[in-house]
Design a protein around this ligand. Structure first.
Ligand SMILES: [Mg+2]
Length: 374
């Protein structure tokens, strides 16, 4: 028990434009529509959390806002912020689903617990196995010429990992882009593929076999999220490692995924699992089965990237790095007081107590969709 109590809970819904439209097998996204949670204690500390959603993938920002403002508020105001598991267990009982809202709550609680204890979030959940990790950028602009310009700029910055979003404009377009990137950047480029559910089971195996000529590191989520047995079949017959993203949200899907050997890799996301500690549970299931993990993200600000970086820093092993690129390379602006730390193609895990980043209230006001609640 600590001497701190949560006195105020404020929820901000914001919309930050993206620098470009990004296309995926499940549709286009033009910006970051997200929810920021602010918990203020009676001792004057502020904990920050984010509920990043993607309507075609998970839930909506409006639903996350309602979950926090209406359904979780009564359980949080007056509570001791260091009691993270008791509060998260209460949240799970109070409202079913809504993993993004629960992730925001856990993030803000851990941020406060870190500020109270002087420890970073990665230390609070187990310790820092690494201080930095490689950054992947998603090549997803329907205007490939613009993507080539962006890739050239990032290559000069030291970025070597590129995830090509496929399955939104036909197989020939996908083959052309992979051929061009492999020809321009050679073996030094770490190219990955993400279909975002864009293939049919009928086409999946032969289309993936065509792309294997360009030596992708992995192929992510070729078929629909609920087609888990089809995904297992693809992983069985294709040599290139297959990653499950939309098909694995939390521990239940991870357990089933292990039982049917659904994939070779699980994409870990705090917003799918419902928090950093639940994502670590998913990672533990994967590790026990010899399945790799990868640091995925939603359409999110540098605040959520910080939470993701602390999650990935705490993993016992990490070979496939992360994709926390939005703050630096996608959002028109961020909400943090200092840039999210990316240097020479690597994400640096924020230092300092809690999440190690601070939100700029002026940026929240600038991108607010409506007045803050609470
Ligand atoms: Mg994905």
């Amino acid at each position: 028990m600590s001497d701190h109590r949560i006195e105020q809970l404020r929820v901000h819904r914001i919309n930050i434009p993206g620098k470009a439209v990004h296309s995926h097998g499940i549709g286009d996204v033009a910006g970051i529509h997200t929810v920021i949670l602010e918990l203020i204690t009676d001792t004057g500390l502020t904990g920050w959390g984010e509920a990043a959603t993607w309507p075609a993938f998970t839930g909506t920002a409006e639903a996350a806002l309602a979950a926090l403002h209406v359904y979780l508020r009564p359980h949080i105001v007056g509570a001791d912020p260091v009691q993270v598991e008791p509060l998260m267990k209460t949240a799970e009982t109070a409202v079913v689903g809504h993993p993004e809202a629960k992730a925001a709550l856990e993030m803000a609680l851990l941020d406060l617990a870190g500020k109270i204890s002087g420890l970073s979030v990665s230390e609070l959940v187990g310790g820092r196995m690494r201080e930095d990790m490689g950054l992947s950028f998603s090549v997803a602009n329907p205007d490939f010429g613009k993507d080539l310009e962006d890739v050239a700029e990032m290559w000069a910055d030291g970025v070597r990992i590129f995830k090509i979003k496929t399955g939104f404009r036909g197989h020939d377009f996908d083959l052309m882009r992979l051929e061009r990137l492999r020809a321009d950047y050679g073996a030094e480029a770490d190219l990955r593929i993400d279909y975002n559910q864009g293939l049919t089971a009928f086409d999946a195996v032969r289309h993936i076999r065509d792309l294997e000529a360009f030596r992708p590191t992995f192929v992510e989520q070729p078929v629909k999220m609920h087609e888990r047995e089809t995904l297992a079949h693809i992983a069985h017959v294709i040599d290139t490692p297959i990653m499950a993203d939309e098909s694995v949200f939390g521990v239940r899907e991870a357990l089933y995924g292990v039982q049917i050997r659904m994939a070779d890799i699980f994409s870990l996301k705090v917003f799918k699992a419902g928090g950093i500690r639940r994502a670590l549970e998913v990672a533990a299931i994967a590790r026990a089965a010899g399945i790799e993990v990868y640091g995925g993200c939603m359409f999110e600000t540098g605040l959520a990237h910080a939470a993701g970086a602390h999650l990935m820093a705490a993993l016992p092993e990490l070979r496939l790095d992360c994709e926390f690129y939005m703050s630096r390379y996608y959002a028109a602006e961020d909400i943090l007081t200092a840039p999210f730390p990316v240097e020479a193609g690597r994400v640096h895990v924020p230092k300092g107590p809690g999440l190690g980043v601070e939100v700029d209230p002026a940026q929240l006001a600038k991108y607010a969709v409506e007045p803050a609640l609470g």
